[in-house]
Design a protein around this ligand. Sequence first.
Ligand code: C2E
Ligand code: MG
Ligand code: MG
Ligand code: MG
Length: 292
Amino acid sequence: QARMAGVNSCRWFTESMNTKVQQRFEFENALRKAHSQREFELYYQPKLDIGSGRVAGVEALLRWNRPGCGLVSPGEFIPVLEETGLIVAVGAWVIDEACRQAALWKEAAGQPFHIAVNVASRQFAEGNLEDIVRQALLAHDIPPAMLSLEVTESAVMADTERAADMLAALRRLGVQVAIDDFGTGYSSLAYLKRLPVDTLKIDIAFIREVTRNPGDAALVDAIIAMAHSLGLDVVAEGVETAEQLAYLGRRRCDQIQGYYFSRPLPAAQCAALLGNQSAMAAEAAPGVPQRT
Ligand code: C2E
Ligand code: MG
Ligand code: MG
Ligand code: MG
């Protein structure tokens, strides 16, 4: 097998320390360029409201169209954006771009759709997140309640004081806050009670085996019960099967997100899905005879 250390800049090789450093350097430079060259794109994954069977909104997910390499997944480049601090600028773009897209959908459908955006902990610490969010909402005329910010449990736990302050400030703007990847970050339940949030998103790790592993099922049941007793909505991430959906429905989970309903889609494809949704809504509107 040929070794192409230093040649293929799309992959990381571990042959030598130098190669690794070199690769990392190139990767960082490519990411820096990506931002100015507009190589980033948002995909959108719908969330399904289990009770009504309707799309409850979408989550914006960052993608990188790296020239010569195709679509690079967030798992590969988000950690580097975070380590380099580039996430602050890219994250601001994500918020503005998601609001811009939401405004287009609102205009096309005549009604606003809920849109969620992921926020990294460095955006709390370094960017002026509150101003960035306020400006994006104003610029695109999006009602604040239509925007959710998703922050991971581990980011919140890394600096609980600052996180709580920042989340409270964001909620005063009228936007919603969701704790992402819940269940993986060892937050204490007592702390959760004091955290100003609206929604818990149960991490995919607990959903994967929920219909087969009694331990996971017990944890999911407990998270849903606890969230509801605190007045929070619950979203299950990574739902891939009808069995998982049925289980979560029985447990009164509020929403699901996952490949079973839809993968993350480019804006145009997602619009088709949301368009069908408004057609469905029009059909079910009061005054229109219901089929039974
Ligand atoms: P996340 O916010 O928890 O997003 C859910 C991830 O699960 C997404 O991965 C999504 O594509 C994937 N997923 C959804 N349904 C299923 C399913 O049924 N099965 C499986 N196996 N996976 C599913 P993605 O898009 O690769 O994003 C990974 C993570 O990268 C996100 O996790 C989020 O933490 C981060 N991320 C993505 N976009 C942004 C962004 O704009 N800013 C920041 N700060 N982080 C982002
Ligand atoms: Mg998320
Ligand atoms: Mg998650
Ligand atoms: Mg509810």
